[in-house]
Design a protein around this ligand. Structure first.
Ligand SMILES: Nc1nc2c(c(=O)[nH]1)N[C@H]1C(S)=C(S)[C@@H](COP(=O)(O)O)O[C@H]1N2
Ligand SMILES: [Mo]
Length: 344
């Protein structure tokens, strides 16, 4: 993928996405907040307190509420299960170091070019091998299912990683609502196609050669796994456009390119759907794309990764990459008996 990022578009530079200081949640605030929660005897952060209490703690530090459509209290229970203790990548890194080729191929392009992206009205259609196909409107995305925070590692195939507190609901909840038929073996996802708003879809150069719309897919077992999240927010707020507003997939044990952004269509199918990076470079990017330190990318090692934290990209800490990105206990059984070198 790195090789496809060599073009610097140099056009359509709009004002940089501006984050006011009082809207940033720096790591120091989280550490202090954690301290206070402990001092108050509330136990591990997130394990036992509601979103409202957390919001109250934010207020203690004088943070301004940011426009957000997430108005219901979040639950935090899942974090105790999935590893809540890792240091979160700061908000400003999560929202300015992105891959979203519809808005350009450099890491800064999405935050520079996606700010005007209109997500309302939005329609997300769920169809195919389902008993009750539905179309969700913008409001439904944050109102139809209870929302949880899920602090997950995100491991990009380019060998960098982050820790991101997503907000969302399990994809399984949505699939149960529509009812998968006995023929449903795979789930296909499709990003919005809107070249007027997405400059990368207009210019082959700016869009990195991907054939749009961007498409992705999972097996039905992967889609139903408890880790698989439909995300509508991060850091407790509505998803910024560069991170895939208004709704994107998050599959934490797979390379980041599986976590498709700004989804308009989910189709349950009887056969394996095509996927964008596999179409572009099939020998480099497979359908499964499970994080695997033992299987190198043809052009670079996957044994370690740069964890993006407080400092600049080049001060990022290099750490070992874990099989299934550290989520083996939840997902390894899905691939029992499979040769992960062949099904990369
Ligand atoms: N539609 C679409 N979805 C996408 C991409 C993209 O270019 N277009 N990039 C993927 C890649 S390579 C990664 S690493 C993640 C990055 O998510 P983030 O920018 O929110 O960290 O989004 C994935 N989803
Ligand atoms: Mo990625």
């Amino acid at each position: 993928m790195a090789n496809h990022s060599r073009f610097t578009p140099g056009i359509l530079k709009k004002a940089r996405w501006h984050i006011q200081d009082n809207q940033v949640t720096p790591e120091s605030v989280f550490k202090a907040r954690r301290h206070i929660v402990k001092a108050m005897g509330l136990g591990a952060i997130g394990a036992s307190i509601s979103g409202y209490v957390q919001a109250g703690l934010f207020d203690l530090f004088g943070e301004q509420p940011q426009t957000s459509f997430i108005t219901t209290p979040l639950t935090f229970e899942a974090n105790a299960r999935f590893g809540q203790d890792e240091v979160r990548t700061p908000f400003d890194k999560v929202t300015t170091h992105n891959n979203f080729y519809e808005f350009g191929t450099s890491k800064q392009d999405p935050s520079d070019n996606a700010q005007q992206y209109k997500v309302e009205p939005w329609q997300l259609r769920i169809e195919g091998e389902v008993e009750r196909p539905i179309t969700l409107d913008y409001q439904d995305l944050t109102k139809l299912f209870p929302l949880e925070e899920r602090i997950y590692r995100l491991r990009c195939v380019e060998a960098w990683s982050m820790v991101i507190p997503w907000v969302g609901f399990p994809l399984a909840a949505l699939l149960k609502k529509v009812g998968v038929t006995s023929k449903g073996k795979y789930v296909a996802f499709e990003t919005a196609f809107d070249p007027e708003q997405m400059p990368g879809q207009k210019s082959r150069l700016m869009g990195g050669g991907i054939h749009y719309p961007y498409v992705e897919g999972l097996t039905i077992a992967e889609a139903m796994n408890e880790l698989t999240l439909m995300s509508v927010g991060l850091y407790g707020k509505t998803l910024p456009p560069q991170n895939g507003a208004p709704i994107r997939l998050v599959v934490p044990w797979k390379y980041g390119f599986k976590s498709i952004k700004s989804i308009v269509r989910i189709r349950v199918m009887d056969k394996q759907p095509p996927t964008s990076w596999n179409q572009l470079a099939p020998h480099e990017y497979g359908f499964y794309a499970n994080v695997n330190p033992a299987v190198d990318h043809p052009r670079w090692s996957q044994a370690s990764e740069r964890r993006i934290g407080e400092g600049g990209l080049f001060s990022a800490q290099r750490i070992d990459t874990l099989p299934f990105n550290g989520y083996s206990e939840f997902v390894a059984s899905l691939y029992e008996g499979m040769d992960l070198r062949q099904f990369y």
